[in-house]
Design a protein around this ligand. Structure first.
Ligand SMILES: Cc1cc2nc3c(=O)[nH]c(=O)nc-3n(C[C@H](O)[C@H](O)[C@H](O)COP(=O)(O)OP(=O)(O)OC[C@H]3O[C@@H](n4cnc5c(N)ncnc54)[C@H](O)[C@@H]3O)c2cc1C
Length: 358
């Protein structure tokens, strides 16, 4: 029986473990947190990632998720800049992260062993090191996130995560609203929200600030249009998450070296502006399982995995970074020019979409 060690039990790691386990592999997942789980926030899952989850054998997503309403972008005073309903765009489903994580891990069979409270502290001579232990397997999957220890061991010269210049807040509001959601872009700040299947709202916000600073989302957005202040008031302060936003420098390192594969944020951490980081991790997982369960030997299979996934991820890291740069503009004139261009672009795209459909 083939064996794998998966370092990290985030969405990317557990998705990979599920797929390998279902293919008959003996999988050991090493996770430093004391228990399995995900943070209290929503997540957008795009159609390509829904397909990847199906390929990996995840069931029940439709009962935990809701298709996002086509919303668009507003100014802080509530004026619409772009209405997405006119554009005929593809839409993601929204799901609570913890629910998605549980949907994946609930599919683990007897082939998957999860060891929580185990911190991997190195990788050398083909072995994963954790405390005094040395662990080996046919395949090692580094799904240990932005600050991957395994990536550092494989590519010690690669510059580490790069600060974007802004931080994100996330929360879940227990409130009834008529508003379908969307994004609002101001100067150096953005706010977005979407309904979850249980009627609550997931919201996120960004703010330009120095790395390590702590902000106050309530005062930063209290003058913004309805229902933003209402969403914030309906959120438990202790449950609000704050993260400095980092991504990985380009060019990305190869996602494969000998029998080790990098996956998810460990390979291609991107800013959250496209809502695609975890989706890309799930798509990596489906691709990795497909390649390593084919006829090729593992190193060759991993070379094919890298050739398939690195170009896709590189483009997403770049585009997401650029969207963030534009979205976080804080000069009055620059932000006004941006909004004007988006308004015109939105009108043209709407016209083209109507022409295509009629
Ligand atoms: C504000 C925000 C909003 C986002 N919104 C979306 C969205 O809507 N849609 C989307 O697709 N993506 C979104 N993302 C991106 C998404 O959260 C990440 O891309 C995704 O969680 C990465 O999953 P991962 O499994 O690769 O890594 P992680 O989630 O970082 O998991 C890594 C795991 O490895 C463990 N670990 C780390 N080091 C070690 C070690 N040394 N030993 C053992 N275990 C270790 C960690 O504890 C963790 O459990 C968002 C990100 C942010 C910050």
């Amino acid at each position: 029986m083939r064996t794998a060690i998966v370092v990290g039990a985030g969405i990317g790691g557990v998705a990979t473990a599920l797929g390998l386990g279902r293919a008959g592999w003996q999988v050991t997942v090493l996770e430093r947190a004391p228990q399995l789980g995900e943070v209290g926030a929503g997540i957008s899952v795009w159609p390509s990632a829904v397909k990847a989850l199906q390929q990996l054998g995840v069931t029940g997503l439709e009962k935990a998720s809701v298709v996002s309403a086509p919303a668009g972008m507003r100014r802080p005073n509530g004026q619409w800049v772009v209405k997405a309903s006119a554009l005929g765009l593809e839409l993601p489903v929204m799901v609570h992260r913890a629910q998605l994580h549980e949907l994946i891990t609930s599919g683990f069979g007897s082939g998957v062993t999860v060891r929580t409270g185990v911190t991997v502290d190195g990788f050398a001579d083909g072995a994963v090191r954790a405390g005094g232990e040395e662990l080996r397997a046919d395949l090692v999957v580094a799904a240990d996130g932005l600050r991957s220890v395994v990536r550092d061991a494989l590519y010690p010269r690669y510059a580490g995560p790069r600060y974007s210049g802004y931080a994100a807040y996330r929360g879940i509001a227990d409130v009834e609203l008529e508003d379908g959601g969307g994004e609002t872009w101001g100067r150096g700040r953005r706010f977005g929200f979407a309904r979850l299947i249980d009627g609550r709202y997931y919201w996120y916000a960004t703010e330009n600030r120095a790395a390590g600073a702590v902000g106050d989302v309530w005062s930063a957005f209290d003058q913004w249009h309805d229902p933003i202040p209402e969403l914030l008031e309906a959120t438990k302060p202790e449950a609000v998450l704050q993260n400095d936003i980092y991504d990985l420098p380009l060019p990305l390192v190869p996602f494969a070296q000998a029998n080790v594969a990098l996956l998810g944020d460990a390979a291609h951490a991107m800013t959250p502006n496209l809502g695609r980081g975890a989706c890309t991790a799930m798509e990596d997982a489906a691709a990795l399982v497909r390649h390593v369960t084919g006829p090729a030997a593992i190193p060759a299979a991993l070379t094919s995995y890298d050739a398939e996934r690195r170009p896709v991820a590189t483009k997403l890291v770049r585009v997401s970074r650029n969207v963030g740069r534009v979205g976080q503009l804080d000069g009055r004139i620059a932000a006004a020019v941006r909004d004007g261009l988006l308004l015109t672009g939105g009108k043209v795209a709407g016209l083209l979409a109507r022409r295509r459909s009629g």
